[in-house]
Design a protein. Sequence first.
Length: 525
Amino acid sequence: MNNFPVYPPAVERWDLFEITLSGPDDSTSFDRNITACFTCSEETVSVSGFYDGDGLYRIRFMPSFEGTYTFSVRCDFAESSYEGSFTSVPAGENNHGPVQVRDGFHFRYADGTPHYSLGTTCYVWNLMEKELREKTLRTLADAPFNKMRMCVFPKHYDYNLYDPESFPFEGTPCDISALTPENFPEYDVNSPMYVPDAHTNSWNFDRFNTAYFRQLDSCILALMELGIEADLILFHPYDRWGFSMMTRSRDERYLHYIISRYAAFRNVWWSMANEYDLLKHKTTEDWHFIGNYVMREDPYGHLRSIHQCIVPFNHSAPWITHCSFQRTDTYLTTEKTDVWREQFGKPVIVDEFGYEGNVQHGWGNLTAEEMIRRFWEATVRGGYAGHSETIIPADPAHRLDEPVWWSHGGQLKGKTAERIRFLKEVLETIPGGAGLKKFDHDWDDLCAVPEHEPADGSHVCSYYLLYYTFQAPSFRQFYFDDTTDFKVEVLDTWNMTVTDLGTMKGRFTVKLPGRPYMAIRIKAM
């Protein structure tokens, strides 16, 4: 083997263990076969390595248990294998392991800590200049979000009508200034859709741009340090560079590289696509191929989803671990959360129901009040919701003067983030760290109880959360039984206040302020 492999003597459980070794730096580098097998008393895991440029090859592994691991590395440019070992030490305070499905409809980390998904979207923040990336991370450090939707490939869409600093493959992009209606009638600089790559770009799809992926590495690691899941969008249709139209063999090569490079990050989720139904060059069969490939090749079983624009995918497919939805109606969005739960029997995240903003598009000009209402609708109906904001200067002529959080990151300007933090604090009061499910308490209220509680009203539940959306009652009356003492609180979800009304039992009345966005929390003593 060329040179001695380098690796640390110990890493935390669920952390990133990496072996680096030297090898050929030539036209064959990305085609080299490099594998490793890791073994401890509880598991045996085989992984693939990848080429990272400059003659360096890397193997990444995430130990799922504590103790001593032995490993064997084989590569086709060495005459013999390399044997070694390292110690997996206890996880640190902020290391809870990868997120998994819990109780059918919710999430938890591998160590059992609940994960209440409260995500945001910054599609290509990872492709911005260093100063803007650092500003995004500073913003996230003070924000309540624990998941980030982000693209692997660059994006061409409104407010994204320029090239990134680098690209995922070696080659050259089209000269956008040379694209005119006369030369390329199918191209419209203001269109979000793609342009055939044969006309406009020159890529070597056999050679990855390792500098591009090193920057993505650093962004995912930075999110990990903040306790934020990186929901990686593998494909999307907003593309003038041809990445959305690769052949199946190129897709497979790309997926193999991505999985080899990122599966060992504990905070990675896989989203097969953003708005899969707009990728006209891919069929349903293609998406099943992609989803099954990721499920089969990822040795850690990270969470997997696919997201639609108009037509929801059939989320009952075995390779889908949870449902990722965009709105399917102009106005009805998170109101369908409990229906989707029942239909697919999986956790539901409405990742895109609209954003707080002022752009011309209907998906990007919600008020902050409506954003928060939809978050609470999703939560009380037993699911989760996702945030972003599309706030631009009032003068459209200056729309590129500053970043838009939804795509570039930077600084939040809206009013929803702090109120999502309040919702997170409410979720953390659920007994036993359970998630919620919709409960038929009364015909004209929206009520949730912990997932593990019987939903048939056969006994008094330990916890009730009632939300009154845009309704504005001045009081509500309750009766559960004659003997149970309940702690009753009124929550103002907009003003972020909790008013303790003390202990009540039997038939009791809860006074409300007669304004919308109020909730009542009732806990059995």
